[in-house]
Design a protein around this ligand. Structure first.
Ligand SMILES: [Fe+2]
Length: 361
Protein backbone atom coordinates (compact mmCIF):
# COMPACT_ATOMS: atom_id res chain seq x y z
CA UNK A 1 0.00 0.00 0.00
CA UNK A 2 1.36 3.39 -0.95
CA UNK A 3 0.25 6.65 0.57
CA UNK A 4 1.34 10.22 0.32
CA UNK A 5 1.09 12.38 3.38
CA UNK A 6 -1.94 14.21 2.12
CA UNK A 7 -0.37 17.37 3.46
CA UNK A 8 0.77 20.02 1.02
CA UNK A 9 2.87 22.60 2.76
CA UNK A 10 1.41 25.86 1.52
CA UNK A 11 4.49 27.94 2.19
CA UNK A 12 6.74 25.72 0.12
CA UNK A 13 6.75 28.16 -2.77
CA UNK A 14 7.82 31.06 -0.58
CA UNK A 15 11.41 31.82 0.22
CA UNK A 16 12.54 32.07 3.83
CA UNK A 17 12.91 35.56 5.07
CA UNK A 18 14.26 37.21 8.13
CA UNK A 19 14.28 40.66 6.65
CA UNK A 20 10.72 41.88 6.85
CA UNK A 21 9.03 43.26 9.91
CA UNK A 22 7.48 40.75 12.27
CA UNK A 23 4.17 39.79 10.76
CA UNK A 24 1.60 39.73 13.50
CA UNK A 25 -1.26 41.86 12.24
CA UNK A 26 -3.28 39.08 10.62
CA UNK A 27 -2.02 36.25 12.74
CA UNK A 28 -4.10 36.06 15.84
CA UNK A 29 -6.05 33.30 17.51
CA UNK A 30 -5.19 30.80 14.81
CA UNK A 31 -6.39 27.26 15.38
CA UNK A 32 -3.76 24.78 14.18
CA UNK A 33 -4.60 21.71 12.19
CA UNK A 34 -3.69 18.60 14.19
CA UNK A 35 -1.78 15.64 12.77
CA UNK A 36 -3.69 13.80 10.08
CA UNK A 37 -4.01 10.06 9.55
CA UNK A 38 -0.72 9.81 7.66
CA UNK A 39 1.45 10.81 10.61
CA UNK A 40 4.55 8.64 10.69
CA UNK A 41 4.00 5.22 12.32
CA UNK A 42 0.21 5.66 12.40
CA UNK A 43 -0.51 3.45 9.39
CA UNK A 44 0.67 -0.10 9.87
CA UNK A 45 2.21 -1.98 6.98
CA UNK A 46 2.32 1.08 4.78
CA UNK A 47 4.91 1.96 2.14
CA UNK A 48 5.32 5.64 1.45
CA UNK A 49 7.73 5.26 -1.46
CA UNK A 50 10.02 7.99 -0.15
CA UNK A 51 12.48 8.70 2.69
CA UNK A 52 9.79 8.05 5.29
CA UNK A 53 10.15 4.30 4.74
CA UNK A 54 13.82 4.44 5.73
CA UNK A 55 13.09 6.77 8.64
CA UNK A 56 10.39 4.51 10.08
CA UNK A 57 12.58 1.42 9.67
CA UNK A 58 15.97 2.76 10.80
CA UNK A 59 15.05 5.61 13.16
CA UNK A 60 16.99 8.11 11.05
CA UNK A 61 17.26 9.29 7.47
CA UNK A 62 19.01 11.85 5.27
CA UNK A 63 16.50 13.93 3.31
CA UNK A 64 18.59 14.88 0.31
CA UNK A 65 18.64 18.49 -0.83
CA UNK A 66 16.02 19.81 1.58
CA UNK A 67 17.88 23.10 1.31
CA UNK A 68 19.15 24.17 -2.14
CA UNK A 69 22.93 23.94 -2.33
CA UNK A 70 23.43 27.63 -3.01
CA UNK A 71 21.50 28.53 0.10
CA UNK A 72 23.53 26.05 2.15
CA UNK A 73 26.63 27.81 0.81
CA UNK A 74 25.14 31.14 1.82
CA UNK A 75 24.56 29.83 5.36
CA UNK A 76 28.18 28.66 5.53
CA UNK A 77 29.26 32.15 4.51
CA UNK A 78 26.83 33.68 7.04
CA UNK A 79 28.30 31.59 9.84
CA UNK A 80 31.89 32.39 8.86
CA UNK A 81 31.03 36.09 8.70
CA UNK A 82 29.36 35.81 12.11
CA UNK A 83 32.53 34.28 13.54
CA UNK A 84 34.80 36.85 11.90
CA UNK A 85 32.68 39.74 13.13
CA UNK A 86 31.93 38.25 16.54
CA UNK A 87 32.19 40.89 19.29
CA UNK A 88 33.61 43.35 16.78
CA UNK A 89 36.14 40.83 15.48
CA UNK A 90 38.34 38.90 17.89
CA UNK A 91 40.80 37.64 15.28
CA UNK A 92 39.25 34.63 13.58
CA UNK A 93 39.85 34.56 9.81
CA UNK A 94 38.19 31.92 7.65
CA UNK A 95 41.30 31.34 5.53
CA UNK A 96 43.75 31.06 8.40
CA UNK A 97 43.43 27.84 10.46
CA UNK A 98 45.86 29.23 13.03
CA UNK A 99 43.14 31.67 14.10
CA UNK A 100 40.85 28.84 15.24
CA UNK A 101 41.24 29.26 18.97
CA UNK A 102 38.98 30.15 21.83
CA UNK A 103 40.32 33.67 22.29
CA UNK A 104 39.25 34.51 18.72
CA UNK A 105 35.79 32.92 18.78
CA UNK A 106 32.54 32.65 20.67
CA UNK A 107 32.68 29.88 23.25
CA UNK A 108 32.19 26.60 21.35
CA UNK A 109 32.09 23.49 23.50
CA UNK A 110 33.95 20.28 22.75
CA UNK A 111 30.83 18.93 21.02
CA UNK A 112 30.94 21.88 18.62
CA UNK A 113 27.95 23.71 20.01
CA UNK A 114 27.56 27.44 20.34
CA UNK A 115 24.96 27.79 23.05
CA UNK A 116 25.13 31.40 24.19
CA UNK A 117 24.98 34.78 22.51
CA UNK A 118 21.34 34.24 21.43
CA UNK A 119 22.70 32.49 18.35
CA UNK A 120 19.36 30.65 18.32
CA UNK A 121 17.82 33.93 17.14
CA UNK A 122 20.44 35.07 14.63
CA UNK A 123 19.12 35.85 11.14
CA UNK A 124 20.80 32.79 9.57
CA UNK A 125 19.41 30.47 12.24
CA UNK A 126 15.88 31.72 11.62
CA UNK A 127 16.33 31.54 7.86
CA UNK A 128 17.42 27.91 8.08
CA UNK A 129 14.36 27.06 10.18
CA UNK A 130 12.06 28.55 7.57
CA UNK A 131 13.54 26.67 4.62
CA UNK A 132 10.56 25.34 2.61
CA UNK A 133 12.16 21.94 2.04
CA UNK A 134 12.76 21.50 5.76
CA UNK A 135 9.20 22.48 6.60
CA UNK A 136 7.89 20.18 3.90
CA UNK A 137 9.77 17.24 5.40
CA UNK A 138 8.50 17.82 8.92
CA UNK A 139 4.98 18.44 7.68
CA UNK A 140 5.13 14.99 6.05
CA UNK A 141 6.35 13.41 9.28
CA UNK A 142 3.47 14.87 11.28
CA UNK A 143 0.90 15.16 8.49
CA UNK A 144 0.08 18.76 9.25
CA UNK A 145 1.39 22.07 7.90
CA UNK A 146 0.89 23.82 11.25
CA UNK A 147 4.16 23.36 13.10
CA UNK A 148 6.16 25.08 15.79
CA UNK A 149 9.95 24.99 15.92
CA UNK A 150 12.56 24.77 18.65
CA UNK A 151 14.81 27.77 19.32
CA UNK A 152 17.83 25.56 19.17
CA UNK A 153 21.47 26.37 18.57
CA UNK A 154 24.12 25.71 15.94
CA UNK A 155 27.11 23.43 15.70
CA UNK A 156 30.40 24.91 14.55
CA UNK A 157 33.03 22.23 15.05
CA UNK A 158 36.50 22.91 13.69
CA UNK A 159 38.75 19.88 13.17
CA UNK A 160 41.57 18.93 15.47
CA UNK A 161 41.16 21.66 18.05
CA UNK A 162 43.77 21.26 20.75
CA UNK A 163 42.34 23.96 23.01
CA UNK A 164 39.22 21.99 23.93
CA UNK A 165 38.70 18.90 26.08
CA UNK A 166 38.21 15.63 24.16
CA UNK A 167 34.69 15.01 22.85
CA UNK A 168 33.99 11.73 24.60
CA UNK A 169 31.02 9.67 23.38
CA UNK A 170 27.78 10.25 25.28
CA UNK A 171 25.24 7.89 23.72
CA UNK A 172 21.79 9.08 24.71
CA UNK A 173 18.22 9.60 23.65
CA UNK A 174 16.38 12.90 24.00
CA UNK A 175 13.14 11.46 25.29
CA UNK A 176 11.87 10.39 28.68
CA UNK A 177 12.34 6.59 28.85
CA UNK A 178 9.14 6.40 30.92
CA UNK A 179 7.13 7.93 28.08
CA UNK A 180 7.46 5.45 25.20
CA UNK A 181 6.16 5.81 21.69
CA UNK A 182 6.95 8.34 19.00
CA UNK A 183 6.98 11.78 20.56
CA UNK A 184 9.48 13.79 18.60
CA UNK A 185 11.54 14.04 15.45
CA UNK A 186 14.87 15.81 15.64
CA UNK A 187 16.55 17.58 12.78
CA UNK A 188 19.97 18.70 11.64
CA UNK A 189 20.29 21.06 8.68
CA UNK A 190 23.70 20.17 7.30
CA UNK A 191 25.72 23.05 5.85
CA UNK A 192 29.19 21.76 4.84
CA UNK A 193 30.26 18.49 3.18
CA UNK A 194 30.10 15.92 5.95
CA UNK A 195 31.89 12.64 5.24
CA UNK A 196 33.49 9.87 7.25
CA UNK A 197 36.18 12.11 8.79
CA UNK A 198 34.15 15.25 9.19
CA UNK A 199 32.46 14.48 12.49
CA UNK A 200 28.74 14.71 12.99
CA UNK A 201 25.85 12.53 13.99
CA UNK A 202 26.25 8.88 14.85
CA UNK A 203 23.11 6.83 15.51
CA UNK A 204 22.16 3.35 16.67
CA UNK A 205 20.21 2.07 13.68
CA UNK A 206 16.83 0.53 14.40
CA UNK A 207 17.03 0.90 18.19
CA UNK A 208 13.94 3.12 18.25
CA UNK A 209 11.81 0.07 17.43
CA UNK A 210 12.97 -1.78 20.55
CA UNK A 211 13.16 1.31 22.75
CA UNK A 212 10.21 0.30 24.92
CA UNK A 213 11.59 -3.19 25.44
CA UNK A 214 14.99 -1.72 26.27
CA UNK A 215 13.64 0.60 28.92
CA UNK A 216 11.48 -2.07 30.48
CA UNK A 217 14.57 -4.23 30.77
CA UNK A 218 16.69 -1.49 32.35
CA UNK A 219 14.01 0.35 34.31
CA UNK A 220 15.34 -0.68 37.72
CA UNK A 221 18.96 0.29 37.08
CA UNK A 222 20.13 1.44 40.55
CA UNK A 223 22.76 3.80 39.13
CA UNK A 224 21.53 5.43 35.94
CA UNK A 225 23.60 8.15 34.30
CA UNK A 226 22.63 11.52 35.73
CA UNK A 227 20.03 13.31 33.59
CA UNK A 228 19.43 17.04 34.09
CA UNK A 229 15.97 16.65 32.57
CA UNK A 230 13.53 13.74 32.51
CA UNK A 231 13.54 14.06 28.71
CA UNK A 232 17.02 12.53 28.43
CA UNK A 233 18.51 9.11 29.00
CA UNK A 234 22.17 8.13 28.89
CA UNK A 235 23.12 4.64 27.70
CA UNK A 236 25.64 2.76 29.84
CA UNK A 237 27.95 -0.01 28.64
CA UNK A 238 25.44 -2.70 29.65
CA UNK A 239 22.75 -1.00 27.61
CA UNK A 240 25.02 -0.66 24.60
CA UNK A 241 25.90 -4.36 24.86
CA UNK A 242 22.16 -5.21 25.00
CA UNK A 243 21.53 -3.19 21.83
CA UNK A 244 24.46 -4.86 20.09
CA UNK A 245 23.13 -8.29 21.03
CA UNK A 246 19.82 -7.31 19.45
CA UNK A 247 21.67 -6.58 16.20
CA UNK A 248 21.64 -2.79 16.32
CA UNK A 249 24.75 -1.20 14.85
CA UNK A 250 26.10 2.34 15.12
CA UNK A 251 26.15 4.33 11.89
CA UNK A 252 27.96 7.61 11.28
CA UNK A 253 25.53 9.66 9.19
CA UNK A 254 27.15 11.44 6.25
CA UNK A 255 25.48 14.32 4.45
CA UNK A 256 26.02 16.92 1.77
CA UNK A 257 25.40 20.66 2.06
CA UNK A 258 21.67 21.28 2.25
CA UNK A 259 20.74 17.78 3.38
CA UNK A 260 18.38 17.43 6.32
CA UNK A 261 19.11 14.66 8.80
CA UNK A 262 16.08 13.44 10.72
CA UNK A 263 16.10 11.07 13.65
CA UNK A 264 13.47 9.76 16.01
CA UNK A 265 14.01 11.02 19.57
CA UNK A 266 14.07 7.41 20.78
CA UNK A 267 17.08 6.63 18.59
CA UNK A 268 20.33 6.54 20.61
CA UNK A 269 22.86 9.02 19.25
CA UNK A 270 25.76 11.38 19.94
CA UNK A 271 28.21 13.31 17.83
CA UNK A 272 31.79 12.94 16.64
CA UNK A 273 34.30 15.71 16.14
CA UNK A 274 35.82 16.31 12.71
CA UNK A 275 39.30 14.85 12.23
CA UNK A 276 40.01 15.82 8.63
CA UNK A 277 40.38 19.30 7.21
CA UNK A 278 36.70 20.29 6.87
CA UNK A 279 34.77 21.87 9.74
CA UNK A 280 31.29 20.73 10.60
CA UNK A 281 28.60 23.41 10.41
CA UNK A 282 24.93 22.65 11.01
CA UNK A 283 21.78 23.95 12.58
CA UNK A 284 19.55 22.01 14.94
CA UNK A 285 15.85 22.35 14.16
CA UNK A 286 13.01 20.30 15.60
CA UNK A 287 9.36 20.77 14.86
CA UNK A 288 6.11 19.47 16.28
CA UNK A 289 2.46 20.08 15.53
CA UNK A 290 1.34 23.37 17.04
CA UNK A 291 -1.84 21.58 18.08
CA UNK A 292 0.17 19.45 20.52
CA UNK A 293 1.46 22.40 22.51
CA UNK A 294 -0.64 23.65 25.41
CA UNK A 295 -1.55 27.30 25.77
CA UNK A 296 0.84 27.41 28.71
CA UNK A 297 3.60 26.01 26.48
CA UNK A 298 2.88 28.66 23.87
CA UNK A 299 2.97 31.48 26.39
CA UNK A 300 6.32 30.22 27.68
CA UNK A 301 7.56 29.97 24.11
CA UNK A 302 6.41 33.55 23.42
CA UNK A 303 8.43 34.72 26.39
CA UNK A 304 11.46 32.80 25.10
CA UNK A 305 11.09 34.40 21.66
CA UNK A 306 10.62 37.91 22.98
CA UNK A 307 13.63 37.60 25.27
CA UNK A 308 15.67 35.81 22.57
CA UNK A 309 16.34 32.80 24.77
CA UNK A 310 17.09 29.37 23.44
CA UNK A 311 15.21 26.17 24.15
CA UNK A 312 16.23 22.55 24.00
CA UNK A 313 15.19 20.57 20.95
CA UNK A 314 11.63 20.29 22.29
CA UNK A 315 9.61 22.78 20.23
CA UNK A 316 7.07 23.36 23.01
CA UNK A 317 9.79 25.03 25.07
CA UNK A 318 9.72 22.70 28.03
CA UNK A 319 13.11 24.14 28.93
CA UNK A 320 14.00 27.77 28.26
CA UNK A 321 17.44 29.27 28.59
CA UNK A 322 20.89 27.80 28.24
CA UNK A 323 23.79 27.01 30.50
CA UNK A 324 26.24 29.65 31.78
CA UNK A 325 28.77 30.55 29.09
CA UNK A 326 32.18 30.73 30.69
CA UNK A 327 35.36 32.18 29.22
CA UNK A 328 38.49 31.58 31.27
CA UNK A 329 36.26 30.43 34.12
CA UNK A 330 34.19 33.62 34.25
CA UNK A 331 30.92 34.59 32.54
CA UNK A 332 31.81 35.43 28.94
CA UNK A 333 31.77 39.25 28.64
CA UNK A 334 30.63 38.97 25.02
CA UNK A 335 27.48 37.07 25.92
CA UNK A 336 24.96 39.90 25.60
CA UNK A 337 22.09 37.42 25.27
CA UNK A 338 20.99 39.31 22.15
CA UNK A 339 21.51 38.49 18.47
CA UNK A 340 23.14 41.11 16.23
CA UNK A 341 19.66 42.20 15.26
CA UNK A 342 16.33 41.15 16.65
CA UNK A 343 14.54 38.51 14.55
CA UNK A 344 12.28 40.01 11.90
CA UNK A 345 9.96 37.27 10.78
CA UNK A 346 7.40 36.91 8.05
CA UNK A 347 4.17 34.96 8.52
CA UNK A 348 5.89 31.61 8.14
CA UNK A 349 8.41 32.40 10.84
CA UNK A 350 5.83 33.91 13.17
CA UNK A 351 3.68 30.79 12.96
CA UNK A 352 6.71 28.71 13.81
CA UNK A 353 7.14 30.71 17.04
CA UNK A 354 3.70 29.48 18.10
CA UNK A 355 2.60 32.98 19.09
CA UNK A 356 -0.27 33.22 16.56
CA UNK A 357 -1.82 30.09 18.10
CA UNK A 358 -2.21 31.72 21.51
CA UNK A 359 -5.90 32.18 22.11
CA UNK A 360 -6.97 35.52 23.58
CA UNK A 361 -9.10 35.14 26.70
FE1 LIG B 1 20.72 14.51 21.51
Amino acid sequence: MVADSGTKFEAAAEKPSASSKNSTSTLNNLVPKPSGPHRLYEEKGITYGDWRDELARDGFVVVKGAVPKERAEKYADDILTYLEEFAGGLGFKRDDPSTVKESNLPIINEKGMIIGYAVAHESFTWEMRQEPGVLEAFSKVYDTPDLIVSFDNVNVAFPNRTDLPPNTPWPHQDQDPKRPGFRGMQGIINILPNGDNDGGLIVCKGAHLISEEFHEHFQNDPSPIYAWTSEWYGFKDEGLAWLKEKGCEWIKVNAEPGDLILWDSRTPHYNLSPTGTTPRFCGYACYMPAAEASQQDLLRKKMAFETTQCTTHFPNAIHVGGVPILRDGKPCPYNTAKPRQMPQLNEIGMKLTGIPYIQAV
